[in-house]
Ligand binder design. Structure first.
Ligand code: ATP
Ligand code: MG
Length: 142
C-alpha cells in the first residue's frame, strides 16, 4: 500500500523570490498537510549527498551550486498516496513541459531552477525525511 507521507523542498529560487507562502498555499489547496518544516541553507556536502544519485550527470556541479545558493525549505507532507500525488502536483522537471496548474508551471524559472523537489518513491520519502528531520519528527509525521 502506498504511504501517506512524502518529502518536499521549496528550492532556493522559489524561497529566495518570496514564493514559499504561495507554493505552500497551493499545496494545501491540493489537500497536503504540513507535518514537519524547517528553513535551512544547505552546505555543499549536504546538497552533494542529497543529490548523490546524480553525481555522474553533467548538471551535478551546477545543481549543487544552485541548491547551496540560498536558504531552502524542506517539509514532510501528508496526503493519501502522498508520493504519486505530489509528483503529479509539481509537474515535469522542466517547467516548459509541466502541465498547467502544476507548481513548476506556476513558479519555476528553468529546468534547473525548478522551484520544488518531491520524493520519487516511498523508500526515498522515508530516507529523505530522515535526511532533514530527527527520528522523533519523522515518527510523529507518520
Ligand atoms: P527533484 O529530484 O528535484 O524532485 P526531478 O525528480 O523532477 O527533480 P531529477 O531528474 O531527479 O528531477 O533531477 C534533480 C534536479 O536536478 C532537478 O529537479 C533539476 O533541479 C536538476 N536537473 C535535472 N536535469 C537537469 C538538466 N538536464 N539540466 C539542469 N538541471 C537539471
Ligand atoms: Mg528526482
Amino acid at each position: 500500500m502506498a504511504g501517506n507521507i512524502t518529502l518536499t523542498i521549496i528550492k532556493p529560487d522559489a524561497f529566495g523570490a518570496g514564493k514559499a507562502g504561495k507554493v505552500l498555499a497551493h499545496l494545501e489547496q491540493q489537500g497536503f498537510t504540513v507535518r514537519a518544516a524547517r528553513v535551512m541553507h544547505l552546505t555543499q556536502a549536504q546538497a552533494g549527498e542529497f543529490y548523490g544519485v546524480h553525481r555522474e550527470r553533467p548538471f551535478y556541479g551546477s545543481l549543487v551550486s544552485f541548491m547551496t545558493s540560498g536558504p531552502c525549505m524542506p517539509m514532510i507532507l501528508e496526503k493519501a498516496d502522498a508520493v504519486a500525488s505530489l509528483r503529479t502536483a509539481i509537474g515535469a522537471t522542466d517547467p516548459a513541459q509541466a502541465d498547467e496548474g502544476t507548481v513548476r508551471k506556476l513558479f519555476a524559472e528553468s529546468k534547473e531552477r525548478n522551484a520544488i523537489h518531491a520524493s520519487d518513491s516511498d523508500e526515498n520519502a522515508e530516507r529523505e525525511s530522515r535526511f532533514f528531520f530527527s527520528e522523533s519528527d519523522v515518527l510523529a509525521a507518520k
